[in-house]
Design a protein around this ligand. Structure first.
Ligand code: WTA
Length: 664
């Protein structure tokens, strides 16, 4: 490091807050601080501002119907179509402009640009093909696809014909696919033959087929997109109900499908996410509120303008990709990028190469990625001209100030504001973050709630904490992008998100409080520093994983008597999976068993849930009532100071486990 660099580093380290530059503020979509007050005063009608970003077939009657909390309805009786809002209405002005810039794995030169006119055509053909297969309004279509163009095309095609999609992350296992198709009674699957990872072809259809074998009802049709080139295939044959994507679409060349008028409250999609029990939760999002929310936040927070080239590096298989690669950006008519590969192939400057080549104007990524970039070193971004960037964003987990400042300096050249956006699958879009053209940034703290969002940090009784104190994050008023329920399970919806802080017998919306299950601190300046999950959900590289799901996979392994899974601190991943395992009598605590445990977790969930450590132990620390003390196991994983262990039924075991963690 040069002397200059060291000085700069020292200055940044001391600096606690940052202001957006004048030049950013001048051009920002939102720069008037009065927006906060104005939204408060006009709530809930302030959300007309979000609805106005959309084209409605029939105007809505009421902004919010809160007569039956927590089953809120937004923009009631309005009708619209999400695909028409993302495509058709942009054709006149933006028809020849790129809608999606798809950057493939660098196996060859197969990047593809889809103009709005081209994307519109492809979506129509796909919609016509799906309809011909028999997909009707409200039939759930499952998609199990990596980052290939057919994924957003199929999503928008489903939206066009009013069929909700349920996208399953391609890295999830066959079992996870089957569980989700079963839970949604989904009779259609769109998948692909395979894809490329770090240049190597990967078999995907075999995994999809294995999943299909676990589906408990008849699957009418399977559509298979072909991503692999000749010679890279895995010799798949297609079953009688399986069709190639290209074949189907070729049969519908030039076809057009009128966008179906959907009620604002009609389901747009389902997304399964991990919860405290083994069964994933089917989060239901609707057409009007969700689209309005993603469009409005894309405009206000990501500062997206039609002429931008906006780059979000998430996977569309997660909510971030749904909201901020597909729906929000396309609703605003901008150019959204889609990258198939990983950030380290062919080299660790891959993202920066893409930013430079496409002159990306925004980059939205996750703290886990930033920590990896930081570890790799500044020389990779320094090789490239990143001056096209105007704004940076993060999502998925808390970002530590050091990583924030590295991002600010090395990627943003100290000129781009950073938005640290707190939200969840369930919230549909951003909830707590600074408005980049208005607010001071404070590394490590997400910021104040967005205008019109009533987020509060409360104590265990539900009373707001004083400034400077930690507690639980809650949201007191509903918002348009919120989930409407858990699919076919209203009871669990109430139990999971509302029961904790609401009077569930009341029909007064004031008595209903949404609980996202995150801990948070209320800073002196009213900013919210999110601390992380307070339920049994881990956040590994920004991905939500239920400890129960992992534990149940492990106890299914022959020779395992009991297991407890907790999160241990990890430099890059944020949290890593630590599995403590008690073996059955007569089984060896050996590497073979360890391997079977790891394999079982990969089979049940996917490689993202792979345990970092499997620790065999003769017993687990338990309370006198027999409850496993997970907090203690977490402290042990982190080699942290342990509190009083004398109330345990088996205090001796603690030292034993500690020895194993530090010993091997
Ligand atoms: C965590 C991802 C701190 C949080 C969009 C939340 C964050 C969970 C942030 C949701 C942030 C997300 N700061 N924590 N900026 N953003 N989280 O459903 O624990 O995959 O509850 O949605 O990620 O994860 P999900």
């Amino acid at each position: 490091m040069s002397e200059e660099d060291i000085e700069l580093e020292a200055r940044l380290e001391e600096q606690a807050t940052f202001e957006p530059s004048d030049s950013f503020v001048e051009q920002a979509n939102v720069s008037d601080p009065s927006v906060y007050e104005e939204f408060d005063e006009n709530w809930p009608n302030c959300w007309q501002a979000a609805a106005e970003l959309l084209d409605w077939d029939e105007e809505y009657d009421q902004v919010l119907d809160d007569s039956n909390p927590p089953f809120y309805e937004w923009f009631t009786d309005g009708t619209l179509n999400a695909s028409a809002n993302c495509l058709d209405r942009h054709l006149d002005e933006r028809g020849d402009e790129p809608a999606i810039e798809w950057v493939g794995e660098p196996v060859d030169e197969d990047d593809r640009t889809f103009t709005y006119a081209e994307l519109h055509r492809e979506v129509n053909e796909c919609a016509a093909a799906l309809r011909d297969l028999g997909v009707g309004e409200d039939d759930v279509v499952t998609m199990y696809m990596p980052m290939i163009p057919e994924l957003p095309i199929a999503m928008l095609a489903c939206a066009r014909i009013g069929a909700p999609h349920s996208v399953v992350f391609a890295g999830f296992s066959a079992d996870a696919l089957a569980t989700r198709m079963n839970a949604a009674d989904s009779e259609y699957l769109i998948t692909c033959d395979g894809y490329y990872r770090r240049g190597d072809p990967l078999d995907h259809l075999s995994k999809a087929n294995e999943g299909l074998a676990g589906v408990d009802h008849e699957v009418s049709d399977v559509v298979v997109a072909e991503r692999l080139r000749d010679g890279d295939g895995f010799g798949h044959g297609l079953a009688a109900n399986q069709h190639t994507y290209d074949g189907l679409v070729a049969d519908h060349e030039g076809a057009t499908v009128d966008p179906v008028k959907r009620d604002a409250e009609d389901m747009l999609f389902l997304m399964y996410t991990s919860g405290t029990t083994g069964q994933p939760k089917g989060v239901k999002h609707t057409t009007g509120g969700y689209l309005a929310w993603t469009a409005w936040t894309s405009q206000a927070v990501l500062d997206i303008k039609p002429e931008d080239t906006y780059f979000c590096s998430a996977d569309i298989g997660w909510i971030t990709g749904h909201s901020y690669i597909v729906y929000g950006p396309l609703a605003l008519g901008t150019t959204t990028m889609m990258y198939e590969g990983t950030p380290d192939h062919p080299d660790r400057d891959r993202l920066w190469e893409i930013v430079e080549e496409y002159e990306a104007t925004q980059l939205y990524t996750a703290p886990t990625a930033i920590r990896a970039f930081m570890k790799w070193g500044g020389e990779y971004p320094d090789r490239h001209d990143l001056s096209s960037l105007r704004l940076l964003g993060t999502v998925g987990e808390p970002i530590n100030p050091r990583a924030w400042k590295w991002y600010y300096k090395h990627i943003g050249n100290e000129e781009c504001p950073i938005v640290d956006t707190w939200w969840q699958t369930e919230t549909g879009g951003m909830m707590v973050t600074t408005l980049p053209g208005v607010k001071t940034m404070k590394p490590g703290s997400a910021g104040p709630p967005l205008p019109g969002v009533d987020a509060q940090v409360v104590d265990t009784n539900g009373d707001p904490v004083e400034a400077g104190r930690a507690g639980y994050l809650t949201v007191r008023k509903p918002w348009p992008g919120m989930l409407r329920t858990l699919y076919k399970n209203d009871e669990r919806y109430i139990e999971e998100y509302w029961a904790e802080y609401s009077d569930t017998d009341s029909s007064d919306p004031e008595d209903w409080v949404y609980f996202p299950e995150d801990g948070a601190k209320l800073d002196e300046d009213g900013y919210i520093t999110v601390l992380g999950r307070v339920d049994d959900v881990l956040n590994v590289s920004g991905h939500r994983l239920g400890t129960m799901e992992i534990e149940s996979a492990i106890v299914g392994v022959e020779g395992v008597a009991e297991a407890a899974v907790v999160g241990g601190d990890h430099e890059v991943k944020g949290e890593a999976v630590y599995a403590y395992v008690i073996t059955e009598d007569g089984y060896e605590e050996d590497d073979a068993l360890r391997d079977r445990i790891v394999q079982a977790v990969e089979d049940a969930i996917g490689p993202i849930a792979r345990p970092e450590r499997v620790v065999f132990s003769p017993d687990l620390p338990k309370t006198r009532s027999g409850k496993i003390m997970r907090r203690l196991l977490e402290d042990i994983a982190n080699e942290a100071e342990l509190g009083d262990t004398s109330t345990l039924r088996n205090p001796d075991i603690v030292e034993d486990i500690q020895g194993k963690i530090s010993g091997d």
